[in-house]
Design a protein around this ligand. Structure first.
Ligand code: IYR
Length: 228
């Protein structure tokens, strides 16, 4: 059934009866998933090798199953493969990032980034074979220009991006959440409508053969989970 925005009309309840997974299987799956997810790393050095495009489309389809405020699904994913467009994005991002790293971020922020060693040079934007540029739809825009506010847009799009990163990783692809700031140039380069605001640029591909990642340590479960 084709989705159309609802406005006050109640949904019709339909049965939801997924077969209950036996506990033993649940435990085994959870443990395996935990280990696989722990193997995910943010990658900044990409191989230019192409990726199976349908894997990326399927990962976006997974992301688009995310829950959202009032089921408004306030997201658009732009898959950029065209090298010329990726070069334009890189040029514009590096211009903004240069200003940011030259001081716009402020000393405290720059100090927080120093351990990662990031700077204004962003080769991943042109090395990775694909970019997924995620836009949030701040409001719904009808064809006649009518507007309807969207709710919990940051939360909804954040959840969708988390699901996207999980799907990409579990399908064997590496990714980076890149947030050039300010991101307005992305709307211009990609010709997006006024109701959409760029949220993140996600290069997708395989790690370069000489890829390195920082030896960072994750917080333990004890540190992040409080059980009451
Ligand atoms: N957007 C900049 C700066 C940056 C900010 C944070 I917070 C990071 O975790 C990493 C980078 C950049 O992409 O370099």
């Amino acid at each position: 059934m084709q989705w159309t925005p609802t406005h006050g009309e109640p949904y019709r309840p339909v049965p939801y009866r997924p077969a209950r997974m036996p506990a033993a299987e649940s435990l085994a799956r959870a443990a395996e998933l935990r280990e696989r997810m722990d193997g995910r790393r943010t990658v900044r050095q990409f191989s230019p090798d192409p990726v199976p495009e349908q894997v990326v489309r399927d990962a976006v389809a997974c992301a688009a199953t995310a829950p959202s405020g009032a089921h408004q699904q306030p997201w658009t994913f732009i898959l950029v493969k065209d090298p010329a467009v990726r070069r334009r994005i890189r040029r514009a991002a590096e211009e903004e990032e240069r200003i940011s790293y030259d001081g716009r971020l402020g000393e405290e922020w720059l100090a927080a980034l120093r351990p990662l060693g990031t700077d204004e040079v962003k080769p991943h934007l042109t090395d990775a074979p694909a970019l997924i540029v995620v836009f949030q739809q701040r409001y719904w825009l009808g064809e006649g220009g009518e507007r309807r506010k969207h709710y919990y847009v940051d939360e909804s799009v954040g959840i969708a991006v988390g699901m996207l990163l999980s799907a990409l990783h579990l399908s064997g692809l590496a990714a980076l959440v890149h947030t050039p700031s300010p991101m307005r140039f992305l709307s211009e380069v990609l010709g997006r409508p006024v109701n959409e605001k760029a949220f993140a640029v996600i290069p997708v591909g395989y790690p370069a053969p000489d890829c390195e990642v920082p030896d960072l340590v994750r917080k333990s479960l004890d540190q992040v989970l409080v059980e009451i």
